[in-house]
Design a protein around this ligand. Structure first.
Ligand SMILES: Cc1cc2nc3c(=O)[nH]c(=O)nc-3n(C[C@H](O)[C@H](O)[C@H](O)COP(=O)(O)OP(=O)(O)OC[C@H]3O[C@@H](n4cnc5c(N)ncnc54)[C@H](O)[C@@H]3O)c2cc1C
Length: 409
């Protein structure tokens, strides 16, 4: 633990994700500032690669970065923050500890939302945490063993993914590839495996151009997935997805990748939007000394729409707030946050991806290599980078053999 010296400004950062870690790095080792990071998990989760854990391509440790001791000069406290008092400037952890602060950075990210569709909560698997990814992996892989042993019907090899955003597209592509690779181990079951992607809107990846959306759809279909657009889910049961059109899709595994919202518990700290994100001023403050960043913050971009809930926004906000707090301590004025949009990308499968950046539109192998490179670049921790690259080389070179973990409980 680093000593808090008299006169130090105590900065608490709640949430060690993309935004929180960037803020901590910016503030580390600044004279007159004592920083404590707080998170319920002792690691930063690299969510963009969570779908690879869920489909057996990577192991859990590859996408988890240990936070304790990761940033010299910054303390870490593991705990669940259950209450924040912005007037008294203190917060309470689940174990009852009360921590005072001069500056608070709330970077708690987001969670899945079901939009109130009946049956989703009970029957669909979501993919926001490591536990959820583990559960999906276990369900997908165990289905083969159980069906082979005659304990479940063959129809349970069918998978339905709901939500045609980047996560839904990535999961669908990865499941289609997993099903292909499982042919080797379970040749008699291959014909029963299928994956269907269901999207309520008229196209996949609505934030991309129509051309990229169409490309993503056709690539998924080439991988063997069924893609349904304009198909809204009405309700769900353990092995059925009922669409508003009346069609019923049977599935042994249902993945819900359709909605995301900030944690509801903080919505009452200020004015929140429909996704529970707290509205902040242009320098990302909610009230004096309380800063909100990343998925938890609602700030309009130049087009009048709220900035998207993506990692680059969170990282840029983290760096910005770190700089603002340093400026404040130095008696300098605050400046507005300006988001620099560097483009967007989504992967579909091996050598299949879409990238749109600086007016450039890339599809196929080039886009996929760009996607691989950027993800390795942003992955925290040298060990993780080496491990992910080694895993990918093995998986992509030795296609269909050993591309999945052996320990499945
Ligand atoms: C499956 C998936 C795929 C994604 N793919 C992409 C992608 O390809 N590209 C992209 O740009 N973005 C992607 N995103 C979105 C991106 O991960 C988020 O926008 C980003 O993580 C937001 O950063 P953040 O700092 O706001 O929150 P996070 O990175 O989510 O960090 C929040 C942290 O807060 C902690 N926390 C929450 N509540 C509490 C509490 N009460 N007490 C203590 N700790 C708490 C959590 O444990 C977590 O560590 C993806 C997200 C998911 C789930």
């Amino acid at each position: 633990m680093n000593e808090v010296r008299a006169g130090d400004r105590r900065v608490l950062i709640v949430g060690c994700g993309f935004g929180g870690l960037r803020a901590a790095r910016e503030l580390a080792k600044t004279d007159g500032i004592h920083v404590t990071l707080i998170d319920r998990n002792p690691y930063q989760l690299f969510s963009p690669l969570l779908y690879q854990v869920a489909t057996g391509g990577l192991s859990e440790d590859d996408i988890a970065y240990s936070i304790r001791g990761a940033i010299p000069g910054v303390d870490f406290r593991r705990g669940d923050v259950v209450r924040i008092d912005t007037e008294r400037k203190s917060l309470r952890l689940e174990d009852g500890a009360v921590l005072p602060f001069d500056e608070l950075i709330l970077a708690t990210g987001s969670t899945g939302t079901t939009f109130g569709v009946p049956g989703v909560e009970e029957n669909a698997l979501q993919m926001k945490t490591m536990n959820q990814a583990r559960e999906i992996r276990s369900r997908l892989l165990n289905a083969y063993e159980e069906i082979e042993n005659g304990h479940r019907p063959k129809e349970h090899l069918r998978v339905v993914v709901v939500g045609g955003g980047p996560t839904g597209v990535e999961v669908t592509g990865a499941v289609a590839e997993l099903q292909r690779s499982m042919k080797r181990e379970f040749p008699d079951l291959a014909e029963f495996a299928s994956v269907t992607l269901v999207e309520a809107g008229p196209r996949l990846l609505p934030m991309f151009s129509e051309k990229s959306s169409a490309h993503a759809k056709s690539e998924l279909e080439q991988l063997g997935a069924r893609v349904m657009v304009d198909a809204a889910v009405d309700r769900m049961y353990p092995a059925d997805v009922h669409l508003k059109s009346g069609e019923v899709l049977n599935a042994g595994t249902i993945v819900w990748a359709a909605g995301v919202a900030a944690h509801e518990q903080w919505a009452t700290l200020g004015l929140a939007d429909r996704a529970n994100r707290l509205r902040v001023n242009a320098s990302l403050e909610l009230t004096e000394g309380v800063w909100i960043i990343g998925d938890a913050a609602a700030l309009e971009g130049p087009d009048g729409r709220a900035l998207p809930m993506i990692a680059p926004v969170a990282m840029q906000m983290g760096i910005h707030v770190g700089k603002q707090i340093k400026a404040k301590v130095a008696g300098k004025p605050l400046v507005d946050f300006v988001y620099k949009d560097k483009g967007q990308m989504a992967t579909i499968g091996r050598r299949r991806a879409v990238v749109e950046a600086n007016g450039l539109r890339l599809h196929g192998t080039t886009a996929w290599l760009a996607w691989l490179g950027l993800h390795v670049f942003y992955l925290a921790g040298g060990r993780n980078r080496v491990s992910v690259v080694a895993n990918w080389m093995w998986n992509y070179l030795v296609w269909g053999v050993g591309a999945r973990p052996v320990v499945i409980d």
